[in-house]
Design a binder for this molecule. Structure first.
Ligand code: TLP
Length: 342
């Protein structure tokens, strides 16, 4: 199968499996797992943040941040297609007791301007309105098609938010893909954000895990909430060992995934019955519309599956995500089969 449903599907490499087998471990709930500690130190160093915490999933990392920065009855401001709003099963409401204020990105890029964010804030409005407790950003922006936010843009939002006392959390599940696309380091891309979450288990290829980063105090509290969420993982150095390889080795080859997505987008743009602006594909995600009246997005995905290709249909759109288990030959084959179907 050529699996383009997500970059979450990557299998651990031989080097990762070897490191997992040989990992030194301890009880991480006591903070005594040397491999986890090393991974946390390394991540904090790479991002230029004070501290980091290994968490089982990106969702848990995001939701710990939402919980820690807000009070019940607050609102969090987020772009309307943001993952924290659309794909984390209402956890902000369930766990933190907060409302979500989704904001439309007028450019369609998913990257909100400060003016768009500002118009959605509730600051110093003591009656009626829910106070804004947190702004959540996403880079790259998954459902907007892997779009990227520059370091300058992100820092400006953070600075303006901080002037009025609002913290900013960055969902950087795929920040390394954004970093490659922009030629800016992950530290620059998350510089003024109060906290950032990134996934080891997506384009970076680890089987499990995400990192949450912020100040020492924030991470100490996050450790408590990770335990409350059921995420205290004991001898989890076996997973952190794969995470260390993902963090230090995979970024060097991540450009291939972005290039493969670009090639795929260019090929799709040349087909009739589907539509995409290939110029806008910056990272490893492409979302294209089905314009044909003869076949739907889900029918196309069903036909692709019959021929060994997996992709996801969302309404009238199809998402394809490249990753290190997808080669350039796989891309060409996908284009050929897609063309024959539509
Ligand atoms: N994204 C998954 C699905 O949940 C949609 C995918 O296949 O793309 N932030 C962003 C931006 C994400 O894309 C995801 C996962 C997460 C957070 C959550 O990560 P996990 O799955 O580890 O909880």
């Amino acid at each position: 199968m050529i699996d383009l449903r997500s970059d979450t599907v990557t299998k651990p490499t031989a080097a990762m499996r070897k490191a997992m087998a040989e990992a030194e471990v301890g009880d991480d709930v006591y903070a005594e797992d040397p491999t986890v500690n090393l991974l946390q130190e390394k991540a904090a160093e790479i991002f230029g943040k004070e501290a980091a915490l290994f968490v089982p999933t990106g969702s848990m990392g995001n939701q710990i941040a939402v919980k820690l920065y807000t009070n019940q009855g607050d609102e969090i401001v987020i772009e309307e297609r943001g993952h924290i709003f659309n794909y984390e099963m209402g956890t902000p409401a369930v766990v933190a007791g907060v409302m979500i204020r989704p904001v439309k990105s007028q450019t369609g890029s998913g990257i909100l301007t400060w003016a768009e964010i500002e118009s959605a804030l509730h600051v110093n409005q003591p009656y009626y309105a829910c106070p804004t407790g947190l702004i959540c950003l996403e880079n790259s922006h998954n459902l907007a098609g892997g779009t990227v936010m520059t370091a300058t843009h992100c820092a400006e939002i953070c600075d303006r938010a901080h002037e009025i006392g609002i913290p900013v959390h960055l969902d950087g599940a795929r920040i390394f893909n954004a970093s490659v696309a922009l030629g800016e380091s992950v530290a620059e891309l998350s510089k003024n954000c109060d906290s950032v979450q990134f996934c080891l288990s997506k384009g970076l290829g680890a089987p499990v895990g995400s990192m949450l980063l912020g100040t020492k105090d924030f991470i100490e509290e996050a450790r408590v909430w990770r335990k409350r969420f059921g995420g205290g993982m004991r001898q989890v150095g076996v997973l952190a060992a794969a995470g260390l390889i993902a963090l230090t080795e995979t970024p060097k080859i991540l450009h291939r995934d972005n290039e493969n997505a670009k090639r795929l987008a260019e090929g799709v743009a040349n087909l009739k019955g589907v539509s995409i602006d290939a110029e806008k594909v910056a990272t490893n995600i492409l979302i294209f519309d089905v314009t044909s009246e003869n076949i739907s997005a889900s029918e196309i995905c069903a036909r692709l599956k019959e021929q060994g290709i997996l992709a996801s249909a969302f309404g009238n759109s199809i998402r394809m995500v490249t990753h290190y288990d997808v080669s350039r030959e796989d891309i060409e084959k996908t284009l050929q089969i897609l063309s024959s179907i539509i």
